[in-house]
Design a binder for this molecule. Structure first.
Ligand code: GLU
Ligand code: ZN
Length: 265
């Protein structure tokens, strides 16, 4: 049984790119007689808004998408993420990082490599009485997992998590990071196929490592190209793309919008 999900963060309104992602995930499941789930990724308490959740549900209904089962909200599942975090900590794979954002930005401003990777300043540092975040010791993690692969559109991809560095798995103001919550939930919900935007391709390397460390099943991945505006720039609210809510309120036909998005897939 194929199980897919749409997992929006209620930190803003959805635009056409989100709609296309939701439709691709929905159709991937439905074409195989499978299940399509909806998960609200509201772990970032400082940026998530309940009003956005209501808008997202209305947007999906307007597009004609129906999901199976209850809507899952990550804010109600923090104990599961805590358990995963504890397991990784007890395995000696996490360390406390006391760096401020400014210190990290400063350390990463050296002109090497394009991807900013945390330089590991706090690895092995003594504990002190100051705010901290938990980072994954990626070298230690990879020593434990050995080489890993995952599948994107059926093609084997060699996981390259080292390039992502010592990612943050929990912060003072967010009890768990996206990376950890997403792998815990995809496994807990029995998601077999993750259909999402290409912008999360690199994150999948990290997800694969976490799945190996936590003995979780590995879904098949289907990263799709991102929609771009007429100027070739990525479609995002900051580029002035209309929100689904605005289109809906202007009286546009959601089914027709969904049909247009399917035609370009
Ligand atoms: N919540 C993430 C977002 O809105 C997507 C997570 C996922 O599909 O893995 O960008
Ligand atoms: Zn640090």
């Amino acid at each position: 049984m194929i199980v897919t999900r749409f997992a929006p963060s209620p930190t803003g309104r959805l635009h056409l790119g989100h709609a296309r992602s939701a439709i691709l995930a929905h159709d991937h499941a439905r074409a195989a007689g499978g299940r399509f789930l909806l998960r609200i990724e509201d772990i970032d308490g400082t940026r998530s808004r309940p009003a956005h959740v209501d808008t997202i549900l209305a947007d999906l209904a307007w597009l004609g998408l129906r999901w199976d089962g209850a809507v899952v909200r990550q804010s109600q599942r923090l104990h599961l993420y805590q358990a995963a975090l504890t397991r990784l900590r007890e395995a000696g794979l996490l360390y406390r990082c006391y760096c401020t954002r400014a210190e990290i930005a400063e350390a990463m401003s050296a002109p090497h490599g394009a991807t900013p990777v945390y330089p590991g300043t706090c690895r092995g540092a003594p504990a002190r009485d100051a705010p901290f975040c938990w980072r994954l010791d990626m070298a230690a993690a990879l020593a434990r997992t050995g080489p890993l692969t995952w599948h994107d559109h059926g093609d084997a991809v060699v996981a390259d998590a080292a390039a992502q560095g010592d990612v943050v798995l929990a912060r003072k103001d967010a009890p768990v990071s996206y990376h950890l919550a997403v792998v815990v939930d995809d496994a807990a919900q029995g998601v077999t196929d993750v259909v999402r935007g290409r912008d999360l391709f690199a994150a999948t390397h990290v997800h694969r490592v976490l799945q190996a460390l936590l003995d979780l099943p590995v879904p098949h991945y289907h990263h799709h190209a991102l929609m771009t505006g007429a100027d070739g720039e990525r479609l995002a609210k900051r580029h002035g793309a209309p929100t689904l809510a605005a289109m809906r309120e202007a009286g546009e036909d959601g089914a027709a919008v969904a049909a247009r998005l399917r035609a370009m897939a």
